[in-house]
Design a protein around this ligand. Structure first.
Ligand code: CAA
Length: 380
């Protein structure tokens, strides 16, 4: 087993780290406070090739592997978790399924502009009354002549307010108690498509999400992604990759919280010595570092399986479950290390805790990851 990044992966990580520290980190606090969508950073991420990292170069992407994606996601998310999830949704939840399931025409129309960062993608699965139980969605696509007519709504859609393209999942058949779903890829300027103002959230303030409304949205067959009736499998296979993205986002948040805690513990004195000399602080730092490393190894394993073309549902679920919960624990301890200052906004560690919290919820809650893991374990 080789844990060393290749020269190309190392170069990519260093480029991402340099970019994140120079261009993103100085703005992260302001983005969080204002809840401002980071237009200029999204553009820069596109120029750097970060918006379609695993898409072949001939299709407008960077032609890199999933390991490189994890490394870049960690760097961007360490600076700003909002920027991390904007990047992750475009890469994992939009580009990945269009690359995997799209026709040549769909790849030319949607994938190439999204992978280059010229356009932004979103993923419309969740609904007001259907989150974890994704199959129970109420959005329908009815066949009328040669067209599909979509009605329904999708909520908490990250990138939704700014997306140019969206993948919508809808029920296309209900028979004998069985439901079939179909995925549609469509531009957001399609008549009948509208969206709400962006949601007010606990964290990731700069990554806007909203509700999408579909009222008699009429699409022809060229918008069907992955085949009629195959939508649920498209969604699940996509989330196998998406969960690697969220695990990487959690790694970035956790690393930022640990780095700040290490620096602060060397500066801040109590009882006449830097607090880093107290075993109480050292034990917290030791636990934070160990959990971060364990989360990183799980995430890189899932990514390497994706790179090898192996099914990685179990490994992605384990990585996402562990990394997200570890990030929350690490950010919680970071506040403790910083004491009263950790509870203020001055050092930004409270932001890491607020941002970490969502990684336990979106792209499948921790409880859903446990269901996926248990199902795989019990299968033997
Ligand atoms: N890959 C391919 N196919 C898969 C699959 C996978 N990983 N997982 C399941 N399937 C297939 C199954 O083989 C099965 O196929 P057949 O009908 O042919 O047998 C079919 O899908 C149904 O599978 P299940 O019976 O396991 O489905 P289920 O209804 O029991 O649900 C679940 C499984 C794991 C609970 C699923 O509903 C789930 O993952 N829920 C969570 C949804 C989620 O993650 N939402 C996140 C929204 S996106 C988001 O958050 C974006 C954002 O803002 C950042």
């Amino acid at each position: 087993m080789n844990f060393e990044p290749t020269d190309e992966q190392r170069l990519l990580r260093d480029t991402a780290r340099d970019f994140a520290r120079r261009e993103i980190e100085p703005k992260a606090m302001e983005l969080d406070k204002q809840g401002r969508w980071p237009t200029e950073i999204v553009k820069q991420m596109g120029e750097l090739g970060f918006m379609g990292m695993m898409v072949p170069t001939e299709l407008g992407g960077s032609g890199l592997d999933a390991i490189s994606y994890v490394l870049a996601m960690e760097e961007v998310s360490a600076a700003c978790a909002s920027c991390g999830v904007i990047m992750s949704v475009n890469n994992s939840l939009f580009c990945d399924p269009v690359l995997k399931f799209g026709t040549d025409e769909q790849k030319a129309t949607y994938l190439a502009p999204a992978a280059s960062g010229a356009k932004l993608g979103a993923f419309g699965l969740t609904e007001p009354m259907s989150g974890s139980d994704a199959q129970t969605m109420a959005t329908v696509a009815e066949r009328k002549g040669s067209a599909w007519v979509l009605n329904g709504s999708k909520n908490f859609i990250t990138n939704g307010p700014h997306a140019d393209f969206v993948i919508i999942f809808a029920v296309t058949e209900r028979r004998d108690g069985k439901v079939k779903h179909t995925a549609f890829v469509m531009p957001t300027d399609t008549p009948g498509f509208t969206r709400s103002p962006h949601d007010e959230k606990l964290g990731i303030h700069a990554a806007h999400s909203c509700t999408l409304y579909l009222e008699n949205v009429t699409l022809d067959d060229s918008h069907v992604l992955g085949g009629v009736g195959q939508g649920f499998k498209v969604a699940m296979a996509t989330l196998d990759g998406g969960r690697i993205g969220i695990a990487s986002q959690a790694l970035g948040i956790a690393r930022a919280a640990l780095d700040k805690s290490v620096a602060y513990s060397k500066e801040r004195k109590s009882f006449g010595v830097p607090i880093a000399q107290h075993q109480a602080i050292q034990f917290m730092l030791a636990d934070m570092a160990t959990e971060l490393d364990a989360a990183r190894l799980l995430t890189l394993r899932a990514a390497s399986m994706k790179d090898r073309g192996a099914r990685h549902s179990l490994e992605s679920a384990e990585a996402k479950l562990y990394a997200s919960e570890a990030a929350t624990r690490i950010a919680h301890k970071a506040i403790q290390v910083h004491g009263g200052y950790g509870y203020t906004t001055e050092y930004g560690v409270e932001r890491h805790w607020r941002d970490a919290r969502i990684t336990e919820i979106y792209e499948g809650t921790s409880e859903i990851q446990r269901i996926v893991i248990a199902a795989n374990v019990l299968k033997g």
